[in-house]
Design a protein around this ligand. Structure first.
Ligand code: NAD
Length: 232
């Protein structure tokens, strides 16, 4: 099995700002205010507005999967061994490109979660404090289906199982700052996998990988996929 971890860098060339690079939405916002449970409890309207803006941006016509997302979808379709994509991204660009074996460990921007019934629903319009949950009808209990800082990422059991049994682990477009994702390379390596980093530049955790290739995701990911498929 090939396990691929993706981060904000794979969506950067699709027009979605990364987390730490300059010029993004995040530059003007503090993490504590918009991406923690405490920030939501203090000022839900501000947090909802922040995600409303991001959702609107994601749904705008100019945002589309780039060559890196498309190459990973091709890898899943054509590879003779199973491929799992684990993404830290909350956008839907992997699915739009055609990837189906996909785990959104940090949640999804186009979904809402009800804190009353815990139901998760598709949500593609602005969210407000007075909205009702489509599943249970309770009003005022919806939040973005986003894993905030201090919260536990999703699908950790499935991810750990996949890391224990993978032949190859590849990390694409992630700075290696956010745990537990930043620790996946060590889990995969200690289970015997080969490990490869594909990123614009060496990440803080680059030395944990056997190998690294550096450049724009839209160029280095399709090249790597071509190589993997031609070797199979
Ligand atoms: P990050 O911003 O910390 O790191 C992005 C990495 O991508 C950097 O190492 C950067 O050098 C690299 N990069 C930038 N442009 C690139 C390109 N064109 N090609 C290849 N690499 C490129 O992001 P992260 O590591 O994913 O962690 C940040 C957190 O923020 C995640 O938890 C994620 O959930 C969230 N986030 C998600 C999105 C999204 O859904 N698209 C966007 C921003 C942040």
């Amino acid at each position: 099995m090939i396990v691929i971890l993706t981060g904000a860098g794979i969506s950067q060339e699709s027009g979605i700002a990364t987390f730490r690079d300059s010029g993004g939405l995040w530059e003007n916002e503090s993490i504590e205010d918009v991406a923690t449970p405490g920030g939501f409890a203090r000022n839900p309207a501000r947090v909802l507005d922040f995600y409303n803006q991001r959702r609107k941006q994601l749904l705008s016509p100019e945002i589309a999967p780039n060559a890196a997302h498309l190459a990973l979808a091709r890898l899943e379709r054509e590879s003779s061994e199973p491929v799992l994509v684990v993404t830290q991204n909350v956008d839907n660009l992997h699915e739009c490109a055609g990837t189906s074996n996909l785990l959104h460990m940090h949640g999804e921007l186009l979904k809402a979660r009800c804190t009353a019934c815990r139901g998760v629903s598709q949500w593609e319009v602005d969210m407000s404090k007075s909205d009702a949950c489509p599943k249970c009808g309770t009003t005022g209990k919806l939040r973005p289906h986003i894993v905030w800082f201090e919260e536990m990422p999703l699908y950790m059991d499935e991810i750990e199982q996949a890391l224990e049994s993978c032949r190859l682990f590849v990390s694409i477009g992630t700075s290696g700052n956010v745990y537990p994702a930043a620790g996946f390379v060590r889990s995969a390596r200690s289970a015997g996998a080969q490990t490869l980093e594909l990123n614009l530049e060496k990440s803080v955790g680059a030395s944990a990988f056997h190998d690294g290739r550096y450049g724009k995701a839209s160029e280095i990911v399709p090249d790597w996929v071509d190589e993997v498929l031609s070797r199979q």
